[in-house]
Design a protein around this ligand. Structure first.
Ligand code: URA
Length: 439
């Protein structure tokens, strides 16, 4: 086979065979196909799209390009979750301990944040001593002993995706549905889950700005997973405004702890119960006997009884974290400056642009502009009102947690663009737009 023939075939809108896709992915992974040809191939895919069969083949080729985890010795039926990335998205921190406390073991490898989205590992690292780098032995032993582990990758999963994603990033080919779907699902398939709950974010602070786009992406991923023998559910959830109130690493850990103890913002609680409820149902396998409402109620009990928090504490302790920070979140890293931004006049909140809040957090140092940037765990933004809330002049809309005046000024400039107020009553935003699964 020749790379130029495969590029030309895709460029001209023809369907590639399974063998051609695998040959290209293998060749690029092993450095036999240069970047310029892979860039041309990605551009051709971006322009022409891919059929479901091609998208599935690309996913499997990337999933099989490196190690594949077999969790079956420690978890007979593994359930995983994945969020496409949101602002204030601390759902994993809440849901994984809850599901584990309900008796379904969870073994999750998470990522770091890049750009405006926060990463679960970055959040957990605001707890002093928490080890995100475990050996495979430690990873498996911890699931056996505690029924929960949350760390970075222990092995090289889907290296082809890592290489192709880096190339997409610099060739304006990220925002292609088949490329996004295959990228996400290749990592999920390689990570060894039997069932996967996808949390596909849609809105101003998400990759997908429109519900129709998000629905299409979700359906492609559900189809890929099911073709690979996985049970799949995808939720389309709102990301026009941040999830919960806290955005920033230590602030989000604090809010996750509140949720695990039965408190915290209601939208976060409801969101976690829905994602966790689907995971629990899939984990119990016999979904016809266990309704979603029942699973959600079981998880709510685990929040309110503190059992979810106890599991989180156990997780932190098992991975070397300082549990005194979990017991007393005032011990988590705190920024030097707390600055309130006030509501200018009486009215209703019509918008809290999640992207502007995220960009303010990047200015503060809570996120990364480049992969190699370090992050500041203490800084971030608290959002005190959500769309639909009634506010009065002088109410505190945002509290900015900054380490210096320079960052604070830049964050304020971003946050000024986040809210829209209206004199008329505003409807709250829906939390979910749809649930996608195949019967
Ligand atoms: N997240 C991924 O892992 N891959 C993409 O292509 C987009 C988001």
């Amino acid at each position: 086979m020749r790379a130029t023939d495969i590029i030309a075939k895709k460029r001209d809108g023809e369907e590639l065979t399974t063998e051609e896709i695998r040959w290209f992915v293998d060749g690029y992974t092993h450095n036999e196909i240069p970047d310029y040809q892979a860039a041309a191939w990605l551009t051709a895919i971006y322009m022409q799209g891919m059929s479901r069969r091609e998208t599935f083949d690309l996913t499997v080729a990337m999933a099989e390009s490196g190690d594949q985890l077999d969790l079956s010795p420690v978890i007979p039926y593994a359930v995983d979750k994945h969020s496409t990335g949101g602002v204030g998205d601390k759902v994993s921190l809440v849901v994984l301990p809850l599901v584990a406390a309900a008796g379904i073991p969870v073994a999750k490898m998470s990522g770091r944040g890049l750009g405006f989205t926060g990463g679960t590992l970055d959040k957990m690292e605001s707890i002093a001593g928490y080890r995100v780098q475990l050996t495979e032995e430690e990873f498996l032993q911890q699931v056996r002993d505690h029924g929960i582990v949350l760390c970075g990758q222990t092995r090289e999963l889907a290296p082809a995706d890592g290489l192709l994603y880096a190339l997409r990033d610099v060739t304006a080919t990220v925002s292609s549905l088949p490329l996004i779907a295959s990228s996400i699902m290749s990592k999920k398939l390689a990570a060894g889950a039997n069932a996967i709950v996808l949390d596909v974010k849609v809105g101003m602070g998400a990759f997908m700005r429109r519900v129709s786009q998000a629905r299409e992406l979700a359906q492609i991923m559900v189809d890929i997973g099911e073709s690979a023998g996985r049970q799949m559910v995808a939720l389309l959830s709102d990301m026009n405004q941040p999830l919960g109130c806290a955005v920033g690493n230590a602030l989000e850990v604090r809010e996750a702890i509140e949720a695990l103890q039965g408190g915290g913002p209601l939208d976060l609680r409801e969101h976690c119960l829905a994602v966790g409820g689907h995971m629990l149902r899939l984990g119990r396998q016999d979904t016809s006997q266990y309704a979603l409402a029942e699973a959600m109620a079981d998880l709510a009990d685990l929040m309110d009884s503190g059992a979810g928090f106890a599991k989180f504490r156990e997780l932190v302790e098992a991975q070397g974290g300082d549990v005194s920070m979990v017991d007393d979140p005032d011990r988590l890293p705190q920024a030097a400056i707390q600055h309130d931004i006030l509501v200018p006049g009486d009215g209703f909140v019509a918008q809290v642009n999640a992207m502007m809040v995220a960009l303010a957090c990047v200015e503060l140092g809570a996120g990364r502009a480049r992969k190699t940037d370090s992050i500041d765990p203490a800084v971030g933004v608290e959002v005190h009102y959500k769309v639909g809330d009634q506010v009065g002049a002088g109410d505190v809309m945002f509290t900015v947690h900054a380490d210096n005046e320079d960052q604070l000024e830049r964050a304020i400039a971003q946050l000024e663009q986040a809210p829209v107020y209206d004199e008329r009553e505003q409807q709250p935003l829906p939390m979910f737009y749809d649930t996608i699964y195949n019967d």
